[in-house]
Write a protein that binds this ligand. Structure first.
Ligand code: ADP
Ligand code: MG
Length: 506
């Protein structure tokens, strides 16, 4: 996918400067804020105004090499390998405290850079702090094991950090995705090179300025800004990187697995979805309508777990489509900094074009109940209407391909078995939800769904305490919860002989 900086000519950067100079950021390598060796920068936009708000270093492979060397050195020598789990926990608590202190300005920056409503940006920043606290506590709860071997010996399983982690994140929850990656890695004792998405690097760079104060030694966390091919790809193939953690598109996820194979890096992937949100006729109707709307339109639908396939039992189907569409038309779209706003613009011109194209495909493939275009009342900004297609066949492109925007497809079903079949008929398996007052039915469906996260009678609440990740082509590995730190640990088996003589033949 073409990046914004490639589609916008450099001239526009200068034009925007006349309006109000964009803030120039540096990236963070080996404990210092630096420019790339080429001293090149790329523009970063406010998607609600289409104005350039910042310029960020346009790094390349040489800068990646410098960051990986710093992370490698910090892992292999220096103070980091000597820190205790308590030390690492305290660093994470200090980071959480700092994030809470700076929450208002971080939320403002997140809102302006990503286009998400300010109230949702505030939730995200609070979650960032919670994530650092959670893994701060977990640092001292990583346990090994004594294995019951049948000899006079002590067999131990020790947990040790994997090493240097390359962490590549998307633009939909910019600082939160960084927290999900950095917090467990720091708790485990790894070192990191993190690449934010080119569209939304600002809050992560702001956050980098807290690291030294929190007591993190140089090189433990490095932030390199740039594009997928010029920064992401060199990171993934770098021989000194031990692990890659990626959140993003399936297409890039597959490329990462192939590239990581050469050096057999550990890889964890959190990719897309086309998650079913299943409504039985016995569900609470009002709650169901709200759950369907929130499930698919929260964060402008730019959510990997968006409930974009809304499966509705035929008995309530016409009433459901009508009520959902009527309420969708009342959702307040507008400037993301206004507190009443429920949906802001999409993150970028690329994403806007992509979602608009799917709206046109949808109009040909199904019937339109709400939306279908850009928001007419805004002349600037990448606003699109919350869009609902109904009578959608599960084989339609709008039901199979991840759109990553506010486009819902409503699909009728006539039985529990039929609902399960449609729900599982997808290459993805990230999330699903089921709505019913019948706990036995709901749980039968939960067990039959091939998805890593299943909600019952709500959709989207996400907790740092509980594992997050996908089945099938939605990726592998788990973030958050106790599972999240496992992905940054190796297991070392140690066997201590308690006999005078070693075991064996002589
Ligand atoms: P989208 O197309 O929605 O932006 P991507 O999967 O392309 O989603 O992007 C997610 C992250 O992956 C971004 O940080 C992006 O720069 C990065 N990325 C893109 N291409 C590559 C690649 N070939 N190797 C590594 N990282 C990449
Ligand atoms: Mg892409």
């Amino acid at each position: 996918m073409a990046s914004q900086s490639k589609t916008k000519p450099a001239k526009e950067v200068k034009a925007a400067k006349a309006v109000g100079a964009p803030r120039k950021f540096k990236m963070y390598i080996n404990g210092e804020f630096v420019e790339g060796h080429r001293r090149a920068f790329f523009p970063v936009y406010d998607p609600s105004t289409e104005q350039v708000i910042a310029e960020v270093p346009d790094a390349d492979e040489q800068d990646v090499n410098r960051a990986v060397a710093a992370a490698r050195a910090a892992f292999d020598s220096g103070p980091w390998p000597q820190t205790t789990a308590q030390d690492r926990g305290r660093i994470l608590f200090r980071l959480a405290e700092r994030v809470r202190k700076e929450a208002a300005s971080l939320a403002n920056l997140e809102c302006r850079n990503s286009g998400k409503p300010i109230t949702e940006a505030e939730y995200d920043i609070a979650d960032v702090a919670t994530c650092f606290e959670y893994y701060g506590g977990m640092a001292t709860k990583v346990l090994g094991q004594v294995n019951p071997v049948p000899d006079n010996a002590l067999s131990l399983s020790l947990r040790e950090p994997i090493g240097v982690a390359a962490q590549i994140i998307p633009w939909n929850f910019p600082l939160l995705m960084a927290a999900w990656k950095l917090a467990p890695a720091i708790a485990a004792g790894c070192t990191c090179v993190l690449k934010p998405a080119e569209q939304t690097p600002l809050t992560v760079l702001e956050f980098a300025s807290y690291l030294t104060d929190a007591g993190l030694p140089p090189g433990v966390v490095n932030i390199v800004t740039g594009f997928g091919e010029t920064v992401g790809a060199p990171l993934v193939r770098h021989p000194d990187v031990d692990k890659v953690a990626f959140t993003g598109s399936g297409e890039v996820g597959k490329a990462i697995v192939k590239a990581a194979a050469d050096t057999l890096k550990r890889v964890t992937l959190e990719l897309g979805g086309k998650s079913p949100n299943i409504f039985f006729a016995d569900a609470d109707f009002e709650a169901a309508i709200d759950g369907a709307l929130f499930g698919v339109f929260v964060n402008q639908g730019e959510v990997c777990s968006a409930g974009s396939r809304i499966l509705v039992e035929k008995k309530i189907y016409p009433k459901f489509v009508e009520a959902m569409s009527a309420k969708a038309k009342t959702i307040r779209l507008g400037p993301p900094l206004e507190r009443e706003t429920k949906m802001g613009p999409l993150v970028s011109k690329d994403q806007f074009d992509r979602v608009r194209a799917y709206q046109e495909i949808g109009k040909k493939e199904a019937k339109t109940a709400a939306g279908g275009g850009r928001l007419a009342s805004q002349s600037k900004g990448y606003y699109v209407e919350p869009t609902i297609f109904y009578d959608v066949d599960n084989s339609a492109r709008i039901a199979r391909e991840e759109i990553f925007g506010p486009v819902a497809t409503v699909i009728p079903f006539d039985s529990e078995a039929n609902a399960i079949k449609i729900a599982n008929d997808t290459q993805f398996g990230l999330a699903a939800a089921v709505w019913s007052r019948d706990i036995f039915k709901a749980f039968r469906v939960v067990k039959a769904l091939r998805a890593g996260i299943v909600w019952v009678n709500h959709m989207q609440p996400t907790y740092v305490e509980a594992p997050w990740g996908g089945y099938k082509q939605s990726g592998f590995g788990r973030e958050l919860g106790p599972n999240g730190i496992d992905e940054y640990l190796e297991t070392k088996q140690v066997h201590i002989n308690l006999n005078e003589q070693p075991i064996g033949w002589y």
